[in-house]
Design a protein around this ligand. Structure first.
Ligand code: PGA
Length: 249
């Protein structure tokens, strides 16, 4: 089974509209017609970038959404609004959402359902903290986060979902899981999915690695059997850097 490869940039709270447009302008020059790249960008840049990247391999998405379609939720944004602005995918349960904004896996599940209902492809992020890894709890945490975040999705719904394994201790720290450590965690995530949805579904789902991915470590991570792509924060802010990573696929 050949799984789809996803190279996803997560810009977090960086880039003005002008900077975002300039980025895409440069990236397009490097992108071959067959190549695809996903960019999770700030809300304010989604609409203008979606227009800018039409008919290119660049796909625009968001970094978060509210679980409701609409309502009295001051400061929030719904999947419907993101879709209308031109987003095609959305990150759910990124570790900064889980740990800085205290989002539980139950909430992540509701956001996942909202994303699916508006035809936004959800990229569901899971990962253990440093102290959890040190206490030997990595698998327990991954199992719990996956089971609670994915909930009782049907096989049909699961087909649209992408998973990202991002060890919290590796995000923005310069510490990367070794390709072997990441491969082991990815294999485990696939087992958890297999137990619930069967071997075929587990074999088909793309699982990305994230956490201090750079040009230098991208190739060895991507060469692992169970690593189907990368979720890149800091290194995705520079178009030259990002295109070097894409060239490793
Ligand atoms: P990083 O971020 O590549 O800067 O570690 C990854 C992420 O937050 O998704």
């Amino acid at each position: 089974m050949t799984r789809e490869t996803f190279i996803v940039g997560n810009w977090k709270m960086y880039k003005s509209i002008a900077e975002a447009k300039e980025f895409v302008h440069v990236l397009r020059k490097h992108l071959k017609s067959s190549q695809k790249i996903y960019l999770a960008v700030p809300y304010t840049t989604i609409h203008s970038l979606a227009i800018e990247v039409k008919d290119t391999g660049i796909v625009i998405g968001a970094q978060n959404l509210h679980q409701a379609k609409e309502g009295a939720f001051t400061g929030e944004i719904s999947g419907l609004m993101l879709k209308e602005a031109g987003a095609d995918f959305v990150l759910v349960g990124h570790s900064e959402r889980r740990h800085v904004f205290q989002e539980s896996s139950q909430l992540v599940h509701q956001k996942l359902l909202a994303a699916l209902s508006f035809s936004l492809r959800p990229i569901v992020c899971v990962g253990e903290k440093k102290e959890e890894r040190e206490a030997g709890q990595t698998e327990e945490i991954l199992k719990q986060q996956l089971e609670e975040s994915l909930g009782v999705l049907t096989l049909e719904q699961l087909k649209h979902v992408v998973i990202a394994y991002e060890p919290v201790w590796a995000i923005g720290t310069g510490l990367t899981a070794t390709p072997e450590m990441a491969e082991q965690a990815h294999q485990f995530c696939r087992e958890v999915i297999s137990h619930k949805w069967g071997y075929e579904a587990a074999d088909q789902i793309s699982i990305l690695y994230g956490g201090s991915v750079k040009v230098d470590n991208s190739e060895s991570l991507l060469s692992q059997t169970n690593i189907d792509g990368l979720l890149i924060g800091g290194a995705s802010l520079d178009p030259e850097n990002l295109s070097k990573i894409i060239s490793k696929i």
